[in-house]
Write a protein that binds this ligand. Structure first.
Ligand SMILES: Cc1cc2nc3c(=O)[nH]c(=O)nc-3n(C[C@H](O)[C@H](O)[C@H](O)COP(=O)(O)OP(=O)(O)OC[C@H]3O[C@@H](n4cnc5c(N)ncnc54)[C@H](O)[C@@H]3O)c2cc1C
Length: 375
């Protein structure tokens, strides 16, 4: 094992930071992981729902995948409809390899499964610990952290991983820019619990032009509706009587990524390095992918290759997500008519539907060389 004794600090115990910690731990490292919050994402906040086949592949060596598959809903079909007409009906199970393209599991559950496996290595995040500064010679970064009791700790680490989300203090401290744009579009979402189990086997986007209303299962009796329309809730045709509105949120869409994912021995991963629209459900998956690659490279003593290896994957996903977002949020009537005519025809071309499936499954980025037979 190369460089197993190096001191590693992970800032952020979200999906990205927890994955980095777990992947390092199972290779014999003992990282410290700190988080400013009091615990993982609340179970009621579904947030990142889509867990794709690439993530399942990446989390299979740690056996988190087995646990995810026990809890998640497989999205066997992905549909796009417009005024009652089906434009796209993709069978997401027709994929080589052991997994379907995409499953649904609320982010809080995924994070708890990661935490559970991490505890097998006796690693527990230090909650309510805020990374305030990263300074000094970045080949041996000096980090100042503030604890819950108001005390501060300053320590040097061989490696610092900034997995501290889109407002990353680590990124700002080392002076890495986060260029990109904020779209005019906002997304609004609400999760509803029903009195009886609902059909949780598919995801659907209804194009209401201009705008969309998406429907995704959270559990057997909870559905998420996501929309670009602030008043979308009154347009929902619920499949069963509603028991409660479990959670609601809204967010403005940004497309941003760093030009460099590392500076000295400080590395950025997940939302700290890239953010984009939820179209395609790639956000959390891409962060998990960053974390797995970084952990492998650190263990191999090859972490200097991280940025060069990951930037192309980030660019691929952001380009793909941007295209998808433009397609579902277009407002020009002529463009909408052309899209609605072309989409079903394009889907009949096997190469086109295969490409779409590759992107939904996350197989459009480089496959992990450390997992035998990975796609
Ligand atoms: C309301 C909402 C809805 C979303 N819906 C979707 C969706 O439908 N699909 C999708 O793919 N994605 C969605 N996302 C995005 C998805 O949640 C993120 O892509 C994913 O959480 C990224 O994981 P991460 O670990 O990189 O960052 P985060 O989940 O942001 O985790 C970062 C962690 O760092 C901690 N932290 C922050 N600053 C510091 C600091 N200074 N010191 C120590 N710790 C710190 C935070 O407490 C947090 O726990 C949604 C996000 C939100 C907020």
């Amino acid at each position: 094992m190369a460089s197993g004794h190096r001191s590693i600090l992970i800032a952020g115990a979200g999906a990205t930071g927890l994955t980095a910690a777990l992947e390092l731990a199972r290779r014999g490292h003992l990282p410290r992981i700190v988080d400013s919050d009091t615990g993982p994402v609340a179970l009621a906040e579904s947030r990142a729902l889509g867990v794709n086949a690439r993530t399942l592949t990446l989390l299979s060596p740690s056996r988190v995948t087995d646990a995810i598959l026990q809890e998640a809903q497989q999205l066997a079909r992905f549909r796009v409809t417009s005024k009652g007409r089906k434009l796209v009906d993709l069978d997401t199970t027709k994929l080589p390899g052991p997994y379907g393209a995409i499953y649904a599991l609320a982010q809080g559950h995924t994070e708890r499964l990661l935490l559970g496996k991490l505890s097998d290595y006796e690693i527990v995040p230090e909650w309510q610990t805020v990374v305030e500064t990263v300074a000094g010679d970045l080949s041996k970064p000096r980090v100042t952290m503030r604890k819950a009791d108001g005390s501060t700790e300053t320590a040097e680490f061989d490696i610092v991983i900034g997995a501290d989300g889109s407002h990353s203090a680590v990124r700002k401290a080392v002076g890495i820019d986060f260029p990109g744009e904020a779209l005019e579009t906002s997304f609004y979402l609400a999760d509803f619990r029903y009195a009886v189990p609902i059909d949780a086997g598919f995801a659907e986007i209804n194009l209401v032009d201009p705008g969309i209303i998406g429907r995704l299962p959270v559990t057997r009796d909870v559905l998420r509706y996501i929309s670009t329309l602030p008043d979308f809730e009154r347009r929902i045709q619920h499949p069963a009587p509603v028991v409660e509105r479990v959670w609601a949120s809204d967010f403005r869409v940004h497309f941003r990524h760093v030009d460099r994912m590392a500076k000295g021995n400080v590395f950025l991963a997940g939302d700290a390095a890239h953010i984009h629209s939820p179209a395609g459900a790639r956000g959390m998956n891409l962060g998990i992918e960053d974390a797995c690659w970084l952990a492998w490279l650190i263990s191999e003593g090859r972490e200097k290759e991280y940025a060069a290896l990951r930037i192309p994957a980030v660019q691929t996903v952001l380009k793909q997500t941007y295209r998808l977002t433009s397609l579902i949020t277009m407002s020009n009537r002529v463009a909408i008519a052309i899209r609605n005519l072309a989409a079903p025809l394009m889907l009949r071309i096997p190469a086109f539907s295969q490409n779409l499936l590759r992107s939904v499954s996350g197989y459009d980025t480089q496959s992990p060389p450390w997992i035998d037979g990975a796609l």
